[in-house]
Design a protein around this ligand. Sequence first.
Ligand SMILES: [Zn+2]
Length: 289
Amino acid sequence: MCPGNALRSPFLPRLLVGCVIRDPVRAVRSERPYAPRMSATLTLTVLGTASPHPRPDRPCSGYLVRGPGAEVWVDAGPGSFAELQRHTDPARLSAVWISHTHADHSADLLSAFYALAYGGLTPPAPLPVYAPADCAQRLAGFLGRAGTGFLSGVLDFRPLSDGHTARHGGLALTARAVVHDVEAYGLRAEAGGRVLAYSGDSGPCAALTALAERADLFLCEADIDAHREGERVHLTPEDAGEAARAAAVRHLLVTHVGPTLTPAAATARAAAVFGGPTATARVGATTVV
Ligand SMILES: [Zn+2]
């Protein structure tokens, strides 16, 4: 988009230099049928589960986590930003939390930037984005910019590290470094004594079991049918089931199933190892944790 219809915003980045700005776009937020903004309890809404590319009606990894006084978009896979808008106004998000910078978990940050900077969805203050330290630079690079300063009007990047905890309202988000082929984190989200654990992308590792320890709901990838020789950067369904069993979680929700598996088959294989309640993550579904 050459943002010729861009909203005139106090956050308008210098990216617009050279483009003709016509009449502003006015977002019609009051007509959107959003659910109530916050949840008194911890909830998970699935926005996308596909790996490694979006499919019709199935975006890549994206989730909306709500707790008392907070709603956080977790992972920004392609297609998930559109799905997010079925459930909330992006301008009122508390934060974004990105597990790692692979495109199927982060590419819709670009969509979000366009929406927040040019689309009339500008938040009242820059939106905190918890992500690996190189995330802002990657986004700026896609936009052809050497520096990242122009992003700061709408997106406030904050680097993740192992053990990093962010608090928004009654929701605590703790990152655990997991094994992948780039810097990657799993998430332990806690509110009101309930725990949601999310693997992000992870190979089998002790940190994955630790972050899921006795979680009420464990949202776990089962990306691959089998490991390639010498490579442990994703989970098979059996790995997901074993992590759930070892962590003694209450419920397992299988997600991020890759093209060599079907979600139904991956869920059945994971359940056989876990031995507890297991379901497939489905786009649009909301679960009270
Ligand atoms: Zn990945």
